[in-house]
Ligand binder design. Structure first.
Ligand SMILES: [Zn+2]
Length: 252
């Protein structure tokens, strides 16, 4: 579902894929170091945050009202080869807009959606598009990490962000070993022990945080990860802002 983030609807002071330096963002209106929400589905962002609003390509998208930053993709639940070509055409249209800084969310889900083989074909078509557009990919993974690691061999240099990760530290290490970034979301807030064990294996420069479709404030994720890792929130803010710039091509 597409929600334009109306808070960024002016043309001035946008920082989009390096077109303008980040210093031109109205930082005073945001925060000296913004909270980065790497994956969400909200209508608008809270003050002091910058996020990537996830747009679904299974319906028309108005390019006149794109959020400051968005990703676009066919969610694995909606994967359908019968409508793939029109969805890809929509994605190509949005990808050419500088507001779109990633493909996503896309991926594989063994518990929901069409047969995994169909999901994989739809995923691969989108990874091919990401290759052409030189965009990072935000991935949904439910019990399909081994499949993603297999597919990774065909896209070894793409920037992949595994969103909403709740797997084991061992699984995280396998993904990190293949160059993934890992994004932690509110699903972990009830599980400080798992959060701490993940915080112990994910290097800060491979970490992102997200609110996804929850109504939790992204600040809660920063506070939780700070408590799990012993990092200061200020250091976490600076690190994730740096990760955001490097992975999504936004210059600072
Ligand atoms: Zn999501």
């Amino acid at each position: 579902m597409f929600f334009p983030c109306a808070c960024y609807n002016t043309e001035k002071n946008r920082t989009i894929r390096g077109i303008f330096p980040l210093t031109t963002i109205q930082r005073s209106a945001i925060h000296p170091t913004p909270y980065i929400d790497v994956h969400h589905h909200h209508a608008r962002e809270r003050a002091g945050t910058i996020g990537i609003c996830s747009l679904s390509a299974d319906q028309p998208i108005s390019r006149q009202h794109l959020p400051l930053y968005c990703s676009v993709g066919i969610h694995p639940w909606d994967a359908a080869e019968s409508t793939l070509s029109e969805a890809l055409a929509r994605m190509e249209g949005v990808c050419s807009d500088p507001h779109c800084i990633a493909i996503g969310e896309v991926g594989l889900d063994r518990l929901r959606g069409p047969a995994l083989a169909e999901q994989e074909r739809v995923l691969r078509a989108q990874l091919d598009l990401a290759q052409v557009q030189d965009l990072p990919v935000i991935l949904h993974d439910v019990r399909s990490t081994s499949d993603l690691l297999r597919i990774r061999k065909d896209y070894p240099r793409q920037q992949w962000i595994l969103h909403g990760f709740r797997g084991t530290p061992e699984l995280a290490e396998q993904c990190l070993g293949k160059g993934f970034h890992i994004s932690l979301g509110p699903g972990l807030l009830k599980s400080a022990q798992r959060g701490a064990s993940l915080g112990a294996v994910i290097p800060p420069d491979r970490l992102f945080l997200e609110s996804d479709d929850s109504d939790r404030d992204i600040r809660e994720m920063y506070d939780a990860v700070a408590s799990w890792t012993g990092m200061q929130v200020s250091a976490l803010l600076a690190q994730i802002e740096d990760n955001f710039h490097k992975v999504f091509g936004v210059q600072s």
